[in-house]
Design a protein. Sequence first.
Length: 59
Amino acid sequence: MAIVFVLFSLFILFLFNTLTHRLCLQTEMSKERQPNVFRTINILITILLISSYIEVLYT
């Protein structure tokens, strides 16, 4: 179960990073601001994935 969830999590992170990159290109965001946007989104998605894993684990 854990291996499947880790693979799913990596796919989700890759997908959101791809979407974030498209957002940065479409809005013509400055190069200085892009790392902060990526970091924020990755941290929030990681928190969401960890909390969902804990919920599935203890349900």
